[in-house]
Design a protein around this ligand. Structure first.
Ligand code: TYD
Ligand code: MG
Length: 457
């Protein structure tokens, strides 16, 4: 009988230690070590295939100029948003992790993908729901699903056996925390199990060239449950996020070995599944005819995609000694910096005011080009003077109140024009090399925040 062996694992980063430690030497967290039983089955290395497997490939060194690769190696799905986030389709042999809060729509997104790949056998492995539950969900979603196979199984060894029989073109695992490998004794979802199961799936993906999607749960503070090591092992990490009370969902690449990590996909959750939102500006702008104070529109870029987005600000006299400052969808520290610029450079008395900021649509914005729109929204609310509806903004604000240039200005202007805006405020420094005669929209260049206010209010 094999001897039971156990080790201690840091639940935060996956660091392994022979004895219990109070502080993790790897990530510095306290009280994160938990004992897990790891009992390797006698002598047998964990593997995804048995000796009878048809796929045998021994790796040999190859000269880099002889290696064939073309973009056609990617599998283009019917889901344009997913293609975009993955960097132009699914790469063969890639391991993709999709994280997100419970109920956000991860299973729906993956099942929808499976149902809409008619030329490819898809194996959807679920450890979370029964076949009947998945069938019920599939009936609500569009797609033929002719080649979609459902397997409710949690043992990786059994899963690999079925994979050998079925030979699917894509494998989807819902979720990695429910899987267990017989080579390790600890419970499913523990650090050592998650790590082992991912390693086995990784080996399978790389050796067979089959893309594998893993669904991962997320902890309260937004990290993918299980060790950070999981994120290092996979090729791509996608985050599925959004407000559960909003219908919009955002698929964001956090890490991508095969493309840009700043791409974004937007979906709308409907009664019959997720609908792609190909023109995000339509949903990010509320339909209003009357100008209201505190609202501005900014021309943003998310990845390579331009979109116009609405910012709302509310500035009011503070009822308490310490004013409240809160921002949804925008970094609060950056908002405080912009408020300091307004106070110091333009003389607005904002230190005794509550300031609330909200980015429409539940989006989180990191593009600094929204700065200009934000300061105008704040002052518009402060002075209670509305900004005309057909005006938008794109510029970064520096510490001395200067408006700095932003990247891809032509794309932003073109998008604003396409959506019927009549005027756009941009930095003076963006004007160099910009062919303004190409655009029908009026382009107003500004150098300092004061210039914007004197022109608008
Ligand atoms: P689900 O994919 O089960 O979430 P996850 O796997 O991330 O936990 O999503 C479930 C939610 O989506 C649930 O609240 C119901 C909703 N939903 C729809 O609104 N329309 C649909 O067609 C489907 C399938 C689900
Ligand atoms: Mg699910």
């Amino acid at each position: 009988m094999a001897k039971t062996k156990s080790a201690y694992f840091c639940q935060s980063c996956g660091y392994e230690s022979a004895k219990w430690l109070g502080k993790c030497p790897s990530c510095g967290q306290w009280n994160t070590f938990v004992e897990e039983v790891i009992e390797k089955a006698s002598g047998q290395a964990p593997t995804w295939k048995t000796a009878s497997s048809p796929i045998k490939r021994v790796a040999t060194p190859a000269a880099i100029q002889d290696i064939q690769f073309s973009e056609t190696n990617r599998l283009i799905t019917s889901d344009q948003e997913l293609n975009r986030v993955l960097g132009g389709g699914i790469v063969g042999g890639s391991l993709v992790l999709i994280g997100g809060e419970p109920g956000i729509g991860k299973s729906t997104l993956m099942l929808q993908l499976a149902l809409n790949l008619p030329e490819l056998k898809v194996l959807y492995v679920s450890g979370e729901e029964s076949e009947q539950q998945i069938k019920m969900r599939a009936d609500r979603l569009a797609g033929s699903g002719k080649e979609t196979f459902i397997l409710t199984e949690t043992s990786t060894q059994h899963i690999f056996k079925q994979i050998e029989l079925l030979e699917p073109g894509i494998v989807i695992v819902d979720s990695i925390q429910t899987l267990y490998s017989a080579h390790i004794e600890s419970t499913p979802g523990s650090v050592s199990q998650v790590r082992e199961c991912t390693a086995e799936l990784l080996r399978f993906a790389k050796e067979s060239g089959t893309p594998v999607f893993l669904i991962g749960h997320i902890t309260k503070d937004g990290a993918i449950a299980g060790p950070k090591i999981l994120e290092h092992m996979v090729d791509t990490v996608l985050q599925f996020e959004g407000d559960r009370h909003h219908v919009y969902r955002i698929l964001r690449a956090v890490k991508n070995r095969f493309g840009s990590a700043s791409e974004l996909g937007i979906y709308e959750m409907q009664g019959n599944g997720l609908r792609e939102v190909s023109n995000p500006s339509e949903i990010l702008l509320s339909l209003r005819e009357e100008p209201l104070s505190g609202i501005t529109i900014s021309a943003m870029l998310e990845g390579l995609r331009p979109m116009l987005i609405e910012t709302q600000a509310l500035v009011s006299a503070s009822a308490y000694g310490t004013p409240q400052r809160s921002a949804t969808g925008f970094d609060t520290r950056r908002m405080n910096m912009l408020l300091a610029v307004l106070e110091k450079r333009c003389g607005f008395r904002l230190s005794a005011k509550d300031v609330f900021l909200n980015i429409a649509g539940g989006l989180r914005v990191e593009d600094p080009a929204i700065d200009l729109g934000i300061i105008v929204a704040i002052i518009s609310s402060h002075e209670d003077i509305p900004v005309p509806v057909k005006i938008c903004f794109a510029g970064e604000v520096g510490l001395s109140g200067e408006i700095r240039a932003v990247n891809r200005i032509e794309q932003r202007i073109a998008e604003a024009q396409k959506l019927g805006f009549e005027k756009i405020y941009i930095s003076k420094y963006n004007k160099k090399g910009l062919d303004t005669s190409r655009f029908a929209i009026e382009i107003k260049t500004v150098a300092k925040v004061e210039d914007v206010f004197s022109s608008l209010f």
